[in-house]
Write a protein that binds this ligand. Structure first.
Ligand SMILES: Cc1cc2nc3c(=O)[nH]c(=O)nc-3n(C[C@H](O)[C@H](O)[C@H](O)COP(=O)(O)O)c2cc1C
Length: 429
């Protein structure tokens, strides 16, 4: 069996260990985590979710306040030609450049500082904002950009006049060959194919690129389909499976299938360098199968895997679009606004819980939307508890070493107590 530590992923001409840490918003894959991965020769992603708000938290900037003040003033003066509380694109680009540059400038080692950029993050100005964010990543010197959460049929074009367009690594995250084909067609128009393709299956954390029938799909089958189709088209682009890849054996399995690397996230949610608060990390460790579900509460309209204990569920907070508004479409609509407006009040006049949707901006920023991959239930296998019954957080370095097969797993339990990995279920792996 191939050992990940003996393999190398060649991506856009650079050589890495075959492990990518996926972007985890909002600021769960922190700068500290990304820098550790880069130091150890791997790739890791910052997530570009809600970057102005993350800058305010991390660097004491006032991007959120500036936006709120502007839109509040416009409303009160009834000078409203444009009711959509949009971001000032210059400010947004400044925030994004600063957020990425702060990490890039501190990089040591041969690994990659990449940024995960979500098309679905529209903030009222879909294309203009995407252009500002993507170009900010390139301005800031990001080694790579992974285009996610959307079809990205315009993304290559809108970056094409940037001096680093052909120098930075650019990849796409897809869940099917069908979506990839649309992207490749658009990319070929600017003569710039992606440097890698992340194929994300239905067991992943975060939003899923599937409908309600997500359980009918298997990562292995989608990866095989993508690889076959690429071969038929005569395209040699590194393929990187993601979603439910839990340990070094799972990683080896996909490398033997011909993958260039694997992308993982859930294992790192409980790392010491993860931005998730300690209490949430303990809930992740404690999770059992009954505690995890695929929810329809995200206003993005993508399904999202969550823990039932996520504090965001059934909240009735008023929509926070003046200060945040990251999910608003070009018309200023967000599904949470509709759900909030159609939710009634109790007999005593109190707003009832909003059940259908959640204010993702507010709750994800406050770490109240506990998203995780389905393998969250196995995190407890990987660590020990202290005498007070608290699960001990591993370091990013320890998890990376374990994936690469460099050291004995931290697993306190015997191999025979482990559950089979459903990501490999249909292939006897
Ligand atoms: C807490 C968390 C947050 C995530 N946030 C994002 C995100 O902001 N953008 C994105 O494209 N994917 C996001 N993902 C998906 C991961 O980048 C990754 O592809 C996927 O979770 C891999 O599957 P695994 O968690 O089973 O290892 C997130 C996943 C988790 C667990």
């Amino acid at each position: 069996m191939l050992k990940p530590k003996d393999c190398r992923a060649i991506i856009g001409g650079s050589e890495y260990f075959p492990l990518m840490i996926g972007g985890m918003g909002v600021d769960i894959s922190t700068s500290a985590m990304v820098l550790e991965a880069a130091r150890l020769g791997c790739i890791a992603h910052l997530s570009d979710a809600m970057v102005p708000a993350v800058c305010d938290k991390n660097f004491g900037t006032t991007f959120t306040k500036n936006k709120a003040v502007t839109h509040h003033r416009l409303q009160t003066e009834e000078f409203i030609q444009d009711r959509v509380p949009r971001f000032d694109l210059h400010e947004y680009r400044l925030a994004q450049t600063r957020y990425v540059a702060e990490t890039v400038e501190r990089k040591k080692g041969t690994g990659g500082v990449f940024v995960n950029c979500m098309e679905k993050l529209q903030a009222g100005s879909p294309l203009e904002l995407l252009e500002a964010r993507l170009k900010a990543c390139l301005d800031a010197g990001a080694d790579g950009i992974s285009l996610s959460a959307g079809l990205h049929t315009s993304s290559m074009k809108i970056m094409s006049d940037h001096p680093r367009f052909r120098d930075a690594k650019i990849g796409i995250v897809v869940s099917s060959w069908r979506a990839l084909k649309l992207f490749l067609r658009a990319a070929s128009r600017v003569d710039r194919l992606p440097d890698y393709i992340v194929v994300e299956g239905p067991l992943a954390g975060g939003h899923l690129g599937f409908g309600d029938d997500w359980a009918n799909y298997s990562l292995k089958e989608i990866v095989a389909d993508v690889m076959n189709n690429l071969e038929q088209e005569g395209l040699r682009i590194p393929v990187i499976p993601a979603g439910g890849i839990f340990d070094t054996n799972d990683a080896s399995f996909f490398l033997e299938m011909g993958a260039a690397a694997v992308q993982v996230a859930t294992r790192f949610t409980v790392a010491q360098e993860s931005g998730l608060p300690d209490a949430a990390k303990q809930s992740f460790f404690e999770a059992e199968e009954k505690d995890v579900f695929v929810a329809s509460v995200s206003p993005t309209s993508y399904p999202i895997r969550l823990l039932h204990s996520s504090p965001c569920l059934n909240s009735n907070i008023a929509p926070q679009c003046i200060a945040f508004g990251y999910v608003l479409n070009a018309k200023g609509q967000c599904q949470y606004i509709d759900a909030y407006n159609t939710t009634g009040v109790s007999e005593t006049g109190k707003k009832l819980p909003v059940v259908e949707k959640t204010c993702l901006c507010h709750h994800i920023l406050h770490y109240d939307a506990w998203t995780c991959g389905s393998n969250v239930i196995r995190l407890k296998e990987t660590v020990t508890k202290n005498t007070e019954g608290i699960y001990q957080q591993p370091t990013t370095e320890q998890i990376i070493q374990e994936y690469l097969g460099e050291r004995i797993p931290l697993d306190a339990r015997s191999a025979s107590t482990k559950q089979p990995n459903p990501a490999l279920a249909s292939i006897g792996g």
